[in-house]
Design a protein around this ligand. Structure first.
Ligand code: ZN
Length: 282
């Protein structure tokens, strides 16, 4: 009788043991700097068993991508260097933890003048620029993201030809102000078609003083893309788009010294390096 109860115990507790020891969080890429995104795949765990996944205590959306429970995390440009924690809570009360090391990004500062159309390089126009920028950032920060993704395919570059002219992450010194470049600039003559990097909904399509003509697409799953300094908007707020749809034409509207496409990508509201983001899907 004793043996019977003992074996019953092992049979009943086996699935729980399997979860506690079989579940694993896989993180790519191996090296992650401040301002970079990373992918997390929960291996050996059914998405229906997942209660919550947190990054440093903040809940992040988990969705099925290529049939596996997945999330994308954005690391802030000014995130603390060192070990951070991913914690997966499973419905039966188990937890899977993983330490993720964030490495330091080299600090680079380069000067950037103010174009004549925004007042030129005077103290007054510097102050105006920073004040308008803060208002425009306030509007952009309010753009919402759907919890579940509207995409199921890898993300693609917005231009037919992708040549980076200005990288993400360095600081632009404008007078006594330092403005971080939270996006990637791509070479684009005026009038070059700018395409949706994946399926989503147009949350914002309007003209800003500093960012110029801007389109914000919410791709869901916390991912948003921002195309700025366009010469023409081709979409309306609320419109659904598919990958490759033309959002507008590139230009030099707003605070742009020459024609180019500025692309920002935010994950959970955090702007990350777009080039590293595309690399996650290759
Ligand atoms: Zn830019």
């Amino acid at each position: 009788m004793k043996t019977f109860f003992l074996s019953l115990f092992f049979v009943l507790s086996f699935p729980a043991l399997l979860f506690a020891h079989g579940g694993e969080l896989l993180v790519t890429p191996e090296t992650i700097l401040q301002g970079e995104p990373f992918l997390v795949v929960a291996k050996g765990i059914d998405i229906r068993e997942i209660k919550k996944l947190t990054w440093d205590g903040v809940s992040v959306p988990v969705f099925l991508y290529k049939g596996k429970p997945t999330t994308i995390v954005g690391v802030d440009l000014i995130a603390r260097v060192g070990a951070h924690t991913l914690k997966l809570s499973i419905t039966d009360g188990d937890e899977v933890k993983k330490a993720v090391e964030i490495q330091s990004r080299k600090k680079i500062t380069a000067p950037l003048g103010i174009p004549q159309k925004l007042g030129g390089n005077t103290k007054q126009s510097q102050q105006n620029l920073v004040s308008i920028l803060s208002k425009e950032n306030g509007v952009l920060a309010k753009v919402v993201s759907n919890k579940l993704p509207w995409w199921g395919e890898p993300f693609a570059f917005p231009l037919a030809e992708s040549v980076v002219t200005d990288e993400y992450g360095y600081s632009r010194a404008t007078g006594s102000y330092s403005i971080p470049h939270k996006g990637t600039d791509f070479r684009a003559d005026i009038g070059t078609p700018v395409r949706a990097i994946n399926a989503g909904v147009v949350r914002l399509a309007r003209d800003f003083t500093v960012y110029g003509k801007t389109v914000v697409i919410d791709h869901g799953g916390g991912v948003q893309s921002f195309s700025m300094h366009l010469s023409k908007l081709n979409v309306k707020e609320g419109q659904k788009v598919q990958q490759g749809d033309m959002l507008g034409l590139s230009g030099d509207s707003g605070y742009a010294l020459s024609p180019h496409l500025h692309l920002s990508i935010r994950i959970g509201g955090v702007s990350i390096d777009p080039v590293k983001f595309f690399a996650l899907f290759q």
